[in-house]
Design a protein around this ligand. Structure first.
Ligand SMILES: NC(=O)c1ccc[n+]([C@@H]2O[C@H](COP(=O)([O-])OP(=O)(O)OC[C@H]3O[C@@H](n4cnc5c(N)ncnc54)[C@H](OP(=O)(O)O)[C@@H]3O)[C@@H](O)[C@H]2O)c1
Length: 246
């Protein structure tokens, strides 16, 4: 992946990892399109980085997601990189929460169905452009679940599995498929209370970009590397460790 003179769509680029990645891509001369539900957050991102092209869109709503893909195809026919970054998480106790199932559905729609739908809609466009790539953002928790997030681990594990299949099925097409697994990163995701092991967002994004430029299909950033290895060698220990983190 060159990440120079590319046209990159980053879903959820108005905050955290997506915002930092978009900022660096702008500095390297790329065209960067971002989207999110909150117009205010997008306006603030554009105020800080005027190069951003912004779209308000709730990707968890199937008709908004489809309309968005149509608009992108029409307005940006040169799009060559799709980064599925937008996601949500609920911290809850499954059995005691009367809204558990609504939360599960919201996470599935945002974290799994929306990226898969966008990929399906945008493959014809990406396939026509040079240096085409799909980048799916997941987490080290695809290997070992954290009990605090009863649904999130499962939605990202599903996206991980789908990404592996997509890579196999697109083997004959000129579209590269990459996945980036992050460890805990200090972003608004943690609502002002990041875990002690969270790494700065700039550090995490620098490592992601290094991996993407080396065309690695699976990029395990920082602690996600170690978690992967431990989960293979001693899965029970990995499960205990992940759930003992503060
Ligand atoms: N931070 C971590 O510790 C960590 C660790 C591992 C993996 N990750 C992954 O990294 C990615 C980015 O996380 P982050 O830490 O940067 O989180 P963040 O700061 O909360 O940013 C999430 C972004 O997604 C957007 N978004 C959420 N729901 C959306 C929807 N339905 N439609 C459109 N946009 C939506 C948000 O904008 P609006 O709210 O305006 O919609 C925001 O721009 C996620 O995929 C997450 O799973 C994060």
């Amino acid at each position: 992946m060159k990440l120079q003179n590319d046209t990159v769509l980053i879903t959820g680029g108005s905050s955290g990892i997506g915002l930092e990645f978009g900022k660096v891509l702008l500095q390297c001369g790329n065209k960067v399109i971002i989207c999110g539900r909150s117009a205010e957050k997008l306006e603030e991102a554009k105020r800080l980085h005027p190069g951003f092209i912004t779209y308000v869109c709730d990707l968890s709503d199937s008709s908004q997601c489809l309309d968005f893909a149509i608009k992108i195809t029409k307005n940006h026919p040169e799009l060559n990189v799709l980064v599925n970054n937008a996601a949500i998480v609920h911290r809850t106790t499954f059995a005691d929460d009367p809204e558990s199932i609504d939360k599960l559905v919201a996470e599935l729609q945002t974290n799994l169905i929306a990226p898969v739908r966008l990929i399906h809609q945008l493959i014809p466009l990406l396939g026509k452009n040079r240096n085409a790539a799909i980048v799916n953002i997941t987490t080290g928790l695809v290997y070992v679940p954290r009990a605090l997030y009863p649904f999130y681990n499962a939605t990202k594990a599903a996206l991980h599995s789908f990404t592996q299949v997509l890579r196999l099925q697109l083997k004959e097409k000129p579209i590269q498929v990459s996945e980036v697994m992050f460890p805990a990163v200090d972003t608004p995701w943690h609502q002002g209370n990041p875990p002690k092991i969270a790494v700065p967002v700039s550090k995490a994004v620098t490592e992601m970009i290094r991996g993407l430029k080396q065309d690695k299909p699976e990029i395990r950033v920082g602690g996600a590397k170690m978690l992967y290895l431990i989960s293979r060698i001693a899965p029970g220990f990995a499960l205990k460790k992940v759930n003992a983190l503060e």
